[in-house]
Design a protein around this ligand. Sequence first.
Ligand code: NDP
Length: 313
Amino acid sequence: QKQTAIITGASSGLGLNAAKALAATGEWHVVMACRDFLKAEKAAKAIGMPSGSYSILHLDLSSLESVRQFVANFKATGRRLDALVCNAAVYLPTAKEPRFTADGFELSVGTNHLGHFLLTNLLLDDLKNAPNKQPRCVIVGSITGNTNTLAGNVPPKANLGDLSGLASGVTVANPMMDGQEFNGAKAYKDSKVACMMTVRQMHGRFHESTGVTFASLYPGCIAETGLFREHYGVFKTLFPPFQKYVTKGYVSEEEAGRRLAQVISDPKLNKSGAYWSWSSSKGSFENQVSEEVADDAKAAKLWDLSAKLVGLS
Ligand code: NDP
C-alpha cells in the first residue's frame, strides 16, 4: 500500500497544490479532507491529479462532531496513515461581528485551531503505527502570527494575552482568546499562534514516545489564494503586486504546494518541533518563532484549555 497523507482543506490553494505535488510522486495516496465534496472533486480534476491517487472524505472543522465522524470514516477505510497535514483555515479580516462554529466557538479559532487540535489528537495513534519510519504531523503556521518579523508587526498583532477568553470558551460573550474586543484579523493571527504552539507542545509531549515528527511552516505569501476571499476588493487587487514587487515575499500556489509537500515527505526535513521557512538563496531553513510562540508555559496552558474545550479531558 502507498503511503497515505491526509490534507485538510485540500480543495483549494496551498492544500490542493500540496496534494497535487505528493500525488505526482506516485508514492503517496492523498486523502483530501474537505467540507465541500463537489468542490474538492472538481479542483482535483482541474489541477490534473490522476484518478486513484486521491480520495475525498468529508470533514467540516467547524464542527467537533464532524471531526469525530471523519476520524471514524478514515479508520474504516483501513488505510495506513503516514502524514497528517492541518492546512485548512478561515480568515475573516473584514468581519464586524464574530461568527461561530457548531459548538459555539469563534469561527477562526474554532476552525483553524480547535478543530485541528481534536483531529491531531484522535489520529496520533494511527500516525504512531505507520509502517513508514518517518510519520509526520504538520500544522500550517504563518509569519503573521510571529511578532519577531516585519509582517508579524502589522497591527493588530497576535497576542493570546492571559488566555482568559479561551478559558471561557471563545463564545459570544468572550470571542477572542485574550478576552479583548473582537477583531477578525487578530482572531486569525491568534489562531495561527495557537497552531504553532500546538506543534511545539506535541513535539514535547509525544515525539519521543511515538516517533512522529511534528512540524510547522510558513510557506511564503501566497497572495492569490481563497484565504483572502473575504477581504476588500481593492486589497485583493493590490496585495499580490505588493507582495511580488515590494516585500518580495510572494510565492505562487504551485511553489507553496511543493514547499508543504517537502515538509511532509523530504527525509532532510525530519526535525521534530521545527518551524520551516524558505528563502530564494537558501531554500528551506529552520526559522525562529516569536517569543510568545516559544513560551512553553503559556503553550501548556493553551493545551490544557483546548483539550477541555474539545472534550479530551
Ligand atoms: P484557501 O482559502 O485557498 O484554502 C483554505 C482551505 O480551507 C479551503 O480548502 C477551505 O475549504 C478549507 N476550509 C475552510 N474552512 C473549513 C472547514 N470548516 N472545514 C474544512 N475545511 C475548511 O487558503 P490558503 O490555501 O491560502 O490557506 C491554506 C493554509 O495556508 C492556511 O492554514 C493559511 O493560514 C496558511 N497560510 C496562507 C498564506 C497565504 O498567503 N495564503 C500565508 C501563510 C499561511 P473550501 O474550499 O470549502 O472553502
